[in-house]
Design a binder for this molecule. Structure first.
Ligand code: NAP
Ligand code: MG
Length: 402
């Protein structure tokens, strides 16, 4: 069989630990035998980030802006323990943070649903997609430990030098303080990404903040969404028979639990971080969640929503058998290949992505799966496979489905 040809390369961002091992298995077993894979390769593994003073992360984001589509492996965000473990020159920043700050935009996360792995919430019949704002708030905050009595103020010094101040707190004892920010431009592009994605996928859009308490900060998010909706999207939504719905975050949480799914839930940065893990666990597993960063300029970066699965990697290093779920990483590749196919008018490539996703789902529905899924499946014929054998099983299904 001839391999499917590619015209434009994908930006390939390699990563760390168990997901780096899986990355190679996926390429070797599931992609390279079928596609004449063209990538521009960036090694975002922690050792190379350290060796390049993290320049490689910046280069990979620039390449994404050049080519439009990237696929990223999970990477370690260094903490003090990692600085020691990898003998790092510095506690390098989160690569996702760096890339998101450069591309801007919104992260969309949706569960991958398979028969036999049912959501714990019985009434969820359709996937719920989380749209997470990828800029600012607590992720770009400045913090202080307040050692004892004294005042903390927010001071705005305008370009012309005039000042505005608000009191944060008049401390009578030690405590903590935090200043965070966001930008109208970033909130606007968040809103536009969400409205566009809702139209693309023909799903309702929900958005929620805590505007009753945060009367300036969160209220600005609410106002910008409403203004952009009214001016740019209202008619399109009505024509597509979908709805934009704003409510308070606590009300949204309650309604999500009672809903049947099938909508996009736009969340501020922190809410999206927390709620996407809640949703993915409730839908089955963190490893059954797709994740794509959509920038307002039309750049796409596909990844898995989970981390580098460190615990499994240490078992792997000791030569012990691992059963790490590669599904989210496979779907990062298929998402990127499908998008590349769309942009290049390469229908064969997009069709291959569909076939690989189907083969992955069929394999699980036939009872072959990794340990995390075996624990939660309702299938009675389920068999736990190790990481490599599961990927080989997907290849067999893919070839048998031809
Ligand atoms: P993690 O890699 O998501 O894993 C946490 C636990 O979830 C695992 O120990 C495992 O549970 C389960 N799990 C996650 N993915 C799985 C998979 N594919 N198959 C089977 N089980 C899976 O989170 P972490 O261990 O807290 O973080 C490890 C590293 O990942 C950290 O250095 C962190 O900085 C990084 N991280 C990167 C990203 C990213 O690049 N997008 C995101 C989050 C974290 P059991 O151990 O119970 O089997
Ligand atoms: Mg998180």
């Amino acid at each position: 069989m001839d391999k499917i040809q590619m015209t434009t390369p994908l930006v390939e961002m390699d990563g760390d630990e168990m997901t780096r091992i899986i990355w190679k298995y996926i390429k070797d077993e599931l992609i390279i035998p079928f596609v004449d894979l063209k990538t521009e390769y960036y090694d975002l593994g922690l050792e190379n980030r350290n060796a390049t003073n993290d320049q490689v992360t910046v280069d990979s984001a620039n390449a994404t802006m050049k080519y439009g589509v990237a696929v990223k492996c999970a990477t370690i965000t260094p903490n003090a323990a990692r600085v020691e473990e990898y003998n790092l020159k510095e506690m390098w920043k989160s690569p996702n943070g760096t890339i998101r700050a450069m591309l801007d935009g919104t992260v969309f996360r949706a569960p991958i649903q398979v028969k036999g792995i049912e959501p714990c919430v019985k009434n969820w019949k359709k996937p719920i997609t989380i749209a997470r704002h990828a800029y600012g708030d607590v992720y770009k905050a400045s913090e202080m430990k307040i050692p004892g009595p004294g005042k903390v103020e927010l001071v705005y010094t305008a370009a012309d030098g005039h000042e505005e101040r608000v009191l944060v707190h008049d401390y009578k004892e030690a405590g903590v303080a935090q200043g965070m920010h966001n930008l109208d431009g970033s909130i606007s592009s968040f809103a536009r990404s969400c409205f566009t994605y809702a139209l693309d996928t023909k799903q309702d859009l929900w958005f929620a903040t805590k505007d009753t308490i945060s009367k300036k900060y969160d209220h600005t998010f609410k106002d910008i969404f409403q203004e952009i909706y009214d001016n740019e999207y209202k008619e399109k939504f009505e024509a597509a028979e979908i709805e934009y719905f704003y409510t308070l975050i606590d009300d949204a949480v309650a309604r999500v639990m009672k809903s049947e799914g099938g909508f996009i839930w736009a969340c501020k940065n922190y809410d999206g971080d927390v709620m996407s893990d809640m949703l993915s666990s409730a839908f089955g597993s963190l490893a059954m969640m797709t994740s794509v960063l959509v920038s307002p300029k039309g750049y796409y970066e596909y990844e898995a929503a989970h981390g580098t699965v460190q615990r499994h990697y240490y078992k792997y290093l000791k030569g012990e058998e691992t059963s790490t779920n590669p599904v989210a990483t496979i779907f990062a590749w298929t998402g990127a290949l499908r998008k590349r196919g769309e942009l290049d008018n390469n229908a064969e490539l997009s069709k291959f992505a569909d076939r690989l996703e189907k083969a992955t789902i069929d394999t699980i529905e036939n009872g072959e799966m990794t340990g995390d899924l075996k624990l939660i499946t309702e299938l009675t014929n389920a068999k736990k496979l190790n990481t490599e054998d599961f990927i080989k099983a997907i290849r067999r299904t893919l070839e048998a489905n031809e």
